[in-house]
Design a protein around this ligand. Structure first.
Ligand SMILES: Nc1ncnc2c1ncn2[C@@H]1O[C@H](COP(=O)(O)OP(=O)(O)OP(=O)(O)O)[C@@H](O)[C@H]1O
Length: 259
């Protein structure tokens, strides 16, 4: 078992002649709680898309759990243990909590037998989904319709759904967006609980107090380049990071940058 669960080497990606990711390399240690931060438009979601297979890099490699996955589709990456939840909630609001979790399990379908034993499979998925909710202290929710639940609970369900594929690494894009401080604190505790089961967590997040309280390490992107890779304790004092954030705010104030 390697100490590094994810290794990105010299990743670059451009769209229509604009270099969005420029020669980025960094490692995610196994079991870490790590943040990927940077000003709006820095390229964070694009990095997530390159990791999860939504985009193919122009150059560079993505190594996951010791294997080069650069050229394999997203679905296969999920099976290898990479899971992702998205910036905007994509739960099915009219379905129950347990049905939404079962949709996450669906990503694991692999054997032809799965196609001929749907009822058996579905009852097993339901049992597993209920067990997963119980593991996460959310056993009171399985039958609730998602649309009727508070936003903070829906965000947690989104995370549990990503866990349904039994990932080794969980990638979360702005998990605290739209949450109030007490919901953010609850989400933080929830993510620590998940991390303690051995799952590596990588988050893109703008809420720096959440980043500092959850993660011990951060990488910072600015204009698609890696400008910092180190402790979350020192990140806010790093001159290049300060310049990136202050520069972008200054430009924003002048109407040159749009979030
Ligand atoms: N498919 C695409 N086609 C063209 N440009 C794109 C595409 N995807 C991303 N970009 C551009 O790449 C840049 C980086 O975008 P990205 O969403 O990765 O930034 P981000 O750091 O996640 O920003 P935010 O914090 O605002 O979510 C932006 O200028 C964006 O417009």
């Amino acid at each position: 078992m390697t100490e590094t669960i994810l290794k990105l080497t010299n990743l670059s990606k451009g769209f229509g002649g604009v270099q969005v990711i420029d020669d980025c390399s960094f490692d995610v240690p196994r079991g870490a709680r790590m943040a990927l931060i940077g000003p709006n438009g820095a390229g964070k979601t694009t990095i997530f898309n390159l990791m999860s297979g939504v985009y193919t890099p122009d150059t560079g490699r993505v190594i996951f759990d010791g294997e080069d996955i650069t050229d394999i589709p997203s679905r296969m990456r999920v099976r290898r243990g990479m899971a992702r939840s998205f910036q905007n909630i994509r739960l099915m609001p009219h379905l129950s909590v347990v049905e939404n979790i079962m949709l996450g399990q669906h990503a694991q379908v692999g054997s032809p037998l799965d196609m001929v034993t749907p009822l058996l499979k579905r009852s097993r998925w339901r049992r597993e989904a209920e067990a997963l909710l119980a593991d996460m202290d959310m056993e009171s929710y399985p039958g609730e319709v998602v649309a009727t639940l508070p936003y903070g609970v829906r965000k947690k369900i989104e995370v549990v759904r990503a866990l349904a594929s039994r990932p080794k690494m969980l990638m979360l894009d702005e998990p605290a967006a739209g949450l109030n401080p007490s919901e953010t604190a609850a989400l933080r505790d929830f993510l620590v609980q998940i991390s303690e089961t051995g799952v590596t967590i990588l988050i893109v997040e703008h809420d720096m107090s959440l980043v500092r309280s959850l993660c011990d390490r951060a990488v910072v992107l600015n204009f698609g380049r890696l400008i910092y890779d180190g402790s979350t304790k020192e990140v806010q004092h790093d001159p290049q990071v300060l310049e990136a954030y202050l520069g972008s705010r200054h430009a924003e104030a002048k109407g040159e940058v749009h979030a």
